[in-house]
Write a protein that binds this ligand. Structure first.
Ligand code: NAI
Length: 278
């Protein structure tokens, strides 16, 4: 039997770190035969980022690994989703190399200025958080859709449980992720006639650098340890554990595939049961 994504090309933003969700997604797509563009900060990562950004070497290394291991084409491209010129350059590079794309995973994300209540939040940090997480999805989708629309395809946005349940002292991130969920639905309606499906995933607690950083902040605040915070968190998760990037990768790959051909405009929770909705 052929692989699910043979002959298809996928772009995954925020996929340049082996510890992250983006890399797990890119790998799942490559395993199923997709050519994969690893798009991440690489050059000049934002010095205000609290969580380590992808570096150019790691990105190039990942692209090499995916190409060699899975017999696909893979390309590392520098991308800052907050900069229109960077997004445009990425789109040109992808157009020149692949001509068209079939899958876009908008996964880049970051929080600035936390922990802070809304009334003490630094304005620049607030704007930047919304720029990366929400406007980044708009910018990248807008730039790459001309490469997808002629043949149709699938977009999967990494939203968050925080887009559905208020995340205290991390307000800009939560507002941005709620925006991503609405953007997903609007794009799903607008693009249905073009054969492009648009869905979002809403992860809960997933073991990545971002999650470690968050537990670190909590440990400082409560005067405890990262391990204790993690244990406390697990008590609120019916399945009793933190999730893995691979588990999110499986869901994204499913939504990107023809197995989800009748799904669009959905925001699917992957939270170990921490969030249950009717
Ligand atoms: P991570 O911090 O390991 O990965 C984020 C990636 O985004 C990094 O590779 C970083 O270089 C990239 N990035 C940051 N700013 C960028 C920019 N301006 N332009 C291009 N790339 C940029 O975190 P993780 O956990 O892998 O996060 C992936 C996505 O999943 C994010 O959108 C995050 O908000 C979301 N998420 C993560 C959860 C978790 O528990 N880890 C829970 C819910 C959502």
């Amino acid at each position: 039997m052929g692989k699910m994504f043979s002959g298809k090309t996928a772009v995954v933003t925020g996929s340049g770190k082996r510890s992250g969700i983006g890399y797990a997604v890119a790998r799942k797509l490559a395993v199923e035969g997709a050519n994969v563009v690893i798009a991440d900060l690489g050059l000049n990562p934002d010095p205000d980022l609290a969580v380590k950004a992808a570096g150019e070497n790691e990105m190039a290394d990942i692209a090499r690994e995916l190409a060699q291991t899975h017999d696909v084409e893979s390309l590392a491209v520098n991308l800052d989703v907050t900069r229109a010129d960077s997004v445009a350059r990425m789109a040109e590079t992808i157009a020149a190399r692949f001509g068209k794309i079939h899958i876009l995973v908008n996964n880049a994300g970051a929080s600035f200025g936390v922990p802070n209540a809304v009334h003490t939040y630094d304005e620049t940090a607030w704007m930047k958080t919304i720029d990366v997480n929400l406007h980044g999805v708009f910018r990248v989708s807008r730039a790459l859709l001309p490469l997808m629309i002629p043949g149709g395809g699938a977009i999967v946005n990494t939203a968050s449980r925080a887009g559905k349940v208020p995340a205290l002292f991390n307000g800009a991130y939560a507002v941005a992720k709620a925006g991503v969920i609405m953007l997903t639905k609007i794009m799903a309606l607008e693009l249905a006639g073009n054969g492009v499906r648009v869905n979002a995933v809403c992860p809960g607690q997933i073991a990545t650098d971002l999650e470690k950083w968050r537990f670190g902040l909590e440990a400082q605040f409560f005067g405890s340890t990262i391990e204790e915070r993690e244990k406390e968190m697990c008590k609120t998760i019916p399945l009793g554990r933190i999730g893995s990037p691979d588990e999110v990768g499986d869901l994204v790959a499913f939504l990107a595939s023809d197995r989800a051909a009748y799904m669009t405009g959905q925001a699917i929770n992957i939270t170990g049961g921490q969030l249950m909705e009717l």
